[in-house]
Design a protein around this ligand. Structure first.
Ligand code: 4AZ
Length: 415
């Protein structure tokens, strides 16, 4: 009897120890699998964990700022407002239910627009989303992000379409009006086009995206030209001979993409912040930054504009010229007989493989735009090419769509 009890005791103790070990192992494994399963959400893959309540609360907690990086975005050609769910690791449209312009203003501010808001309206969701974010209006006076909760449907059957700036419209009715193989522009045709001068001379082009921010190419602002003092910006003037020193806008900041590579021209994009904001008019207007989910056609018609040379080795043009160029698919542009793998995902090719029509020296930094949903979008910034308008040597442009996150981040950090 005594012996039997002893054996039972030992068996139970052993079992307990084994069970304990198993539980510890499972917990340890869970912990290894997701470092932040106990204390919240991981900052990227840094190993740092923060509480879900700190995600997108307007205060930086992660070492690289991931918690405030991507909280709201506009998606597709209809500017559908989407909110990032850190828990589900996915983007969700916002129901129009109980939405108002004041939330729209807050979302625009979160994205990097300073006191800029154009319109907010409910539209039927075309993104195919199956989960939405809804406003909890009784959540009190906390920030927008904390008032949102997941919902499978929107009572209004519509989602928020948000525009932070009136962009991508031309001065008057669009009429088809050099660059190589192009024709001169009329006032208001390309109202976002600016001329960037150094010591009274046109050096590069640029595009207006807000009253204060200009997009150009990083290769235009290589040292020592990364010093804003060198630059003067002219907007709304078609002829170089009408741009007089002292009448342009001064630049307060020049920000080059940190991953720009001067040898390969990879990430060839830069921003200029003006010292004083531009006044918009028929001739001076911003272009729209592309939203993710824009779905461009393989041969989408785009337009380039600038005061660049009208033939290879020519001099800068006095008049602003523009021309249509179709996009060229990356695989075609990277083929052996074209650019043989020199085109990275941060670049986009446009032009004709037969030659004859192209951007050229002096057009750099200027816009490559396309018309979609009756709005003009900045798809590229003029970057490089082998010569101008030669067969199998089309123009290469910075792929602005891949830089929009970076652009908004700079606007937010320097507003
Ligand atoms: C340039 O030197 C340049 N054909 C710009 C565009 C192209 C070539 C050269 C594309 O600014």
């Amino acid at each position: 009897m005594k012996e039997a009890k002893k054996a039972l005791c030992i068996t139970i103790s052993l079992g307990a120890v084994l069970a304990g070990a198993a539980v510890t192992a499972v917990l340890l494994w869970k912990f290894m699998e997701n470092k932040c399963s106990v204390s919240g959400i991981e900052c990227g893959s840094s190993g740092t964990c923060i509480s879900p309540s700190h995600w997108c609360d307007g205060v930086l907690h992660c070492p690289s700022g991931e918690d405030e990086n991507r909280c709201v975005r506009l998606y597709g050609p209809n500017f559908i407002l989407q909110v990032y769910s850190a828990q589900r690791k996915s983007w969700h449209p916002v129901c129009q239910d109980d939405w108002s312009d004041s939330y729209g203003r807050a979302a625009c501010q979160d994205m990097g627009y300073r006191n800029s808001f154009y319109s907010s309206q409910g539209i039927v969701d075309d993104s195919g989303a199956s989960s939405f974010m809804k406003l909890n209006t009784s959540a009190g006076n906390t920030d927008l992000y904390k008032k949102l909760y997941h919902s499978d449907i929107c009572a209004s059957k519509t989602v928020v379409s948000l525009r932070c700036i009136e962009c991508g419209v031309t001065g008057k009715t669009m009429r088809q009006s050099r660059i190589v193989g192009g024709s001169s522009a009329s006032p208001g045709d390309w109202p976002w086009q600016v001329s960037l001068h150094v010591q009274g001379t046109h050096v590069c082009g640029g595009s207006i995206i807000t009253p204060e921010w200009i997009v150009t190419a990083a290769h235009c602002v290589e040292e020592p030209l990364n010093n804003p003092r060198y630059w003067t910006v002219f907007a709304g003037v078609l002829r170089q001979s009408f741009m007089f020193y002292g009448h342009g806008y001064r630049v307060g900041k020049v920000i080059s993409h940190p991953s720009y590579d001067s040898k390969t021209k990879n990430n060839d994009i830069a921003l200029m912040k003006l010292q004083t904001p531009l006044t918009f008019s028929d001739k001076v207007k911003p272009v729209c930054l592309p939203n993710p989910g824009m779905m461009l056609e393989p041969n989408q018609s785009c337009w380039i504009s600038g005061w660049g040379a009208t033939h290879e080795k020519g001099k800068t043009s006095d008049e602003l010229n523009a021309v249509m160029v179709p996009l060229i698919e990356p695989w075609r542009c990277n083929s052996k007989y074209v650019y043989n793998s020199l085109v990275t995902p941060a670049m986009i090719c446009a032009g004709y493989l037969r030659g004859g029509t192209d951007s050229c020296q002096g057009d750099s930094g200027g816009p490559l735009v396309t018309l979609k949903s009756r709005i003009w979008w900045l798809i590229g910034d003029t970057s490089w090419g082998s010569g101008c308008a030669k067969a199998n040597r089309p123009g290469v442009y910075g792929n602005v769509t891949v830089f929009t996150d970076w652009i908004y981040r700079q606007m937010r950090a320097n507003s």
